[in-house]
Design a protein around this ligand. Structure first.
Ligand SMILES: Nc1ncnc2c1ncn2[C@@H]1O[C@H](COP(=O)(O)OP(=O)(O)OP(=O)(O)O)[C@@H](O)[C@H]1O
Length: 269
């Protein structure tokens, strides 16, 4: 089957610092894919490469066969949306912020949003549950509310591919589960293709259809969570002893950490 998003022999980095080296993988339409890997392994750099914020040193990134790096800014924004960890929207209401997602669709000399833009913003504010916050200022929202507003703005862009950089960091378990359930619904019900950076291996295993495990600027392993989250690969990549089991209800992999004290008494090392 042809991949909807294809990354082929892709390398990119920063001046004087080469980070991603010959990365290749494909994603099917409507898949919810988690990117895992230790600090500094290149996850954010991969996002910058996919979104063309960083130029390709080698290889290509295509979406439905079209090279993302060759798209105009406007075309790119109609195809791809990013939600970053920190949202700096300051003194702007939630509704104004979500409406910004419609900018890539403005026609020449169209200075204001039209009825269709308001209807689309309304639809996604309702879907994410931030419609009740529409008149609140973005800088007066909690972290979880800001993330939901960020997702609503990204959805208002009506992209084909959504990139989420750790949408659940800083959130309590109620909000983690709320956001991940929403993201799963978006991929499965709306057939939106989603790539999400996530540090929590248990959440990644429970919610994602596929995982990409990064190590030192390359891809170590890709596949369904049960194949990727095994103790051998995790220990090799994170240099940490873990135990893996299966969640008795969901059948998904679960990763346990062991403290130094316990490890020395149980003689696991
Ligand atoms: N703007 C930059 N200029 C130079 N080097 C950078 C820049 N941003 C990141 N790097 C380097 O690139 C490498 C990969 O960083 P990246 O942010 O992609 O990792 P990451 O996997 O997202 O890490 P984390 O989990 O800590 O967010 C690191 O060695 C980092 O120091």
């Amino acid at each position: 089957m042809q991949s909807f998003v294809k990354i082929e022999h892709f390398s990119c980095g920063y001046p004087g610092h080469f980070v991603l080296d010959d990365v290749s993988f494909g994603i099917q339409k409507g898949d919810f894919v988690g990117i895992i890997g230790p600090n500094g392994s290149g996850k954010t750099t991969l996002f910058k490469g996919i979104s063309a914020e960083l130029s390709a040193l080698t290889g290509v990134v295509t979406l439905e066969g079209k090279n993302i790096h060759k798209m105009s800014l406007r075309q790119r924004a109609q195809n791809l949306a990013i939600v970053t960890q920190t949202i700096e929207a300051g003194a702007m209401t939630v509704e104004e912020y979500v409406l910004m997602g419609r900018m890539p669709y403005r026609k020449q000399f169209q200075f204001f949003e039209n009825e269709n833009d308001f209807a689309i913003a309304e639809k996604y504010m309702k879907l994410t549950g931030v419609d009740r916050l529409r008149n609140k200022y973005m800088n007066a929202l909690s972290g979880g509310e800001q993330q939901l507003a960020g997702i609503a703005r990204a959805l208002a862009q009506e992209p084909q591919l959504l990139l989420l950089d750790e949408p659940t960091s800083h959130l309590d378990i109620t909000h983690q589960v709320q956001i991940l359930n929403l993201i799963r619904r978006l991929s499965h019900d709306l057939k939106l293709t989603i790539l999400m950076i996530i540090h929590d291996l248990n959440l990644a295993g429970e919610y994602c259809d596929q995982l990409i495990m990064m190590q030192k600027g390359g891809v170590r392993k890709t596949g369904v969570p049960m194949d990727v989250l095994n103790y051998q690969d995790i220990e090799a990549v994170y240099d940490t002893v873990v135990i893996t089991r299966t969640n008795p209800v969901s059948g998904k992999p679960v990763v346990f950490l062991i403290s130094e004290d316990v490890m020395s008494t149980k003689k696991l090392s």
